[in-house]
Design a protein around this ligand. Structure first.
Ligand code: MSP
Length: 499
């Protein structure tokens, strides 16, 4: 079975911030890990360029929506290699190949009888491009996401018969209990469905920045329809001359932040059903990165710039910090101080020093040759389970737990150095065999955690595996080997120098 993983496509009304890097890094960890396991992976990310949020931001800046979209899409695209994201394609919804595919799919939905002309009046947030239901309205008729006042909007336009999918959606949640994870988010989506679904508008009049409705060119499709469909349209043109739909759809994992749960857990499967397409295998919802107790967001002005963070600490450090600091799924606070602490205590001390010391000891006492002797069974017993544990956590999309499982082993290896005190053994000829065993065991331990960590911190693990005289970073190599290989190690410069 193939493994298609997606991120939300990001609005180009602003520059990328740490929140966008967060979801993309999580998706990349999964993509890299599954590739290590030999899976057929496709990883998609991109930008959401149409609709009111972008049109409004462009107007405020005095540029055309297309100019703003081009400028900011380029910034998002440039972010990807900087965070070491290995996306197979970057979709822009202003791509004519996407807009054509949207038109075709929406015609299909229309012809199947799921779209009709109607009128609607309600409280609307132009930043969310969303009408709010009674439960979703904040105090004083404000938007709970943006804190701005909602406006009363009335419109006559095309409606998608969402209400007709009530039972199908309830059945989906019933038959596929893991469709939305974690369970709190599943329950939230399910209770929204059970509270009774109303039809939703799927087009806008008076807005030109969008995909024109083929049967009524005076309107454009509501941006969420255009945007959600990216996950399937991209497969039609991501690879020149090929249609990847049957190879990769339905997606294995669609990652989103909890802010866009309703669109993905309720509207999206209904749209797919209406178009006669399969629903994704799972929708994984993570929490908010907070700063000073509030959601990090452009409108609140409390954003950390991922480019700046990487200039100081590097991409690996950013990736590690985000997957480690905040329990994936929950909200969590991030800060510059938090970065510095994790960087120096965990990356530089726990892992970096362990690697440097281990390589240096083999260079010093064994001329850089890993002793080809049997490993210490005590350490083998504690490390050999790590590959299966990490794979299980990543199957469940629990990257924070996967890192903790690895760190438990790194801490164990550091204790092993202290317990065995190789520098004492090295002084005693009679302990030569024991020193061989300790050094070989440490090299093997470092090798195993390096392979396990590769999806998280690809740059430093790439350097380190070469310094261990190895090149296999496939998941097979995360298995503990009982006997040292005799590989030549070193030299190794500090992996995480002081920023
Ligand atoms: N364009 C829509 C999504 C369409 S998907 C078909 C959108 N874009 S967005 O630019 O606002 O990005 C939202 C996503 O960015 C969130 O769902 C989440 O993945 C990520 N994050 C943005 N800010 C975040 C935090 N402060 N914390 C965690 N994730 C954040 O919504």
């Amino acid at each position: 079975m193939s493994y298609y993983v997606t991120t939300p496509i990001y609005y180009v009304n602003a520059q990328p911030h740490l929140g966008h890097a967060y979801t993309t890094i999580a998706a990349d960890v999964l993509a890299r890990h599954m590739r290590q396991r030999g899976e057929d992976v496709f990883f998609l990310t991109g930008t959401d360029e149409h609709g009111e949020p972008v049109a409004l931001a462009a107007e405020a800046e005095g540029v055309s929506p297309k100019e703003l979209a081009d400028r900011n899409a380029a910034r998002f695209e440039a972010l990807m290699p900087r965070i070491e994201a290995t996306n197979d394609f970057f979709i822009r919804t202003s791509d004519p190949r996407h807009t054509e595919a949207v038109r075709e799919l929406m015609v299909r939905i229309h012809e199947a009888g799921h779209i009709y002309k109607g009128e609607y009046e309600g409280l609307y947030c132009p930043r969310c491009a969303d009408f709010k239901t009674a439960q979703e309205v904040g105090p004083g008729d404000t938007c709970p996401v943006h804190g701005i006042e909602l406006t009363v909007e009335k419109e006559e336009n095309w409606f998608f018969r969402l209400s007709a999918f009530q039972e199908d959606l309830e059945r989906l949640f019933d038959e596929q209990p893991d469709f939305v994870r974690p369970p709190e988010r599943r329950n939230e989506a399910l209770s929204f469905i059970r509270s009774g679904l109303r039809d939703i508008s799927c087009s806008r009049s008076g807005l030109t920045w969008g995909v024109p409705v083929p049967w009524d060119e005076s309107q454009v499709f509501y941006v969420w329809f255009d945007a959600l469909l990216n996950y399937v349209t991209a497969l039609r043109f991501a690879r020149e001359g090929e249609d990847l739909t049957s190879q990769y759809w339905p997606a294995a994992v669609q990652l989103i932040g909890k802010d866009i749960l309703k669109f993905h857990a309720v509207y999206w499967p209904a749209i797919l059903m209406a178009a006669g397409l399969d629903v994704p295998r799972s929708l994984i919802v993570h929490g908010y990165l907070l700063m000073d107790g509030e959601k990090m967001s452009k409108s609140l002005g409390n954003v950390l710039d991922p480019f700046e963070v990487m200039d100081r600490f590097g991409a690996d450090a950013l990736r590690f910090y985000l997957m480690r600091e905040v329990q994936f799924g929950a909200d969590g606070t991030v800060s510059t101080e938090g970065f510095e602490t994790r960087y120096s205590t965990e990356l530089a001390n726990d892992f970096g020093n362990l690697a440097s010391r281990t390589v240096a000891m083999v260079e010093r006492w064994r001329d850089g040759n890993t002793p080809a002797v049997a490993h210490d069974p005590v350490i083998e017993a504690e490390l050999s389970g790590v590959a299966a544990e990490v794979a299980a956590f990543l199957d469940a999309v629990e990257p924070t737990n996967a890192l903790e499982a690895i760190w438990k082993r790194i801490r164990r290896l550091n204790r092993y150095v202290e317990e065995t005190a190789p520098w004492v053994l090295a002084k005693d000829e009679a302990e030569s065999q024991r020193l061989d065993q300790v050094l070989a065991t440490l090299i093997e331990g470092v090798r195993v955690v390096t392979v396990a960590l590769h999806a998280f911190i690809p740059v430093s693990t790439g350097t380190l595996i070469a310094a261990l005289g190895e090149d296999d970073l496939s998941w097979r190599a995360a298995t503990w080997r009982p006997v040292g290989t005799g590989s030549k190690v070193g030299p190794l410069a500090p992996l995480f120098p002081k920023p």
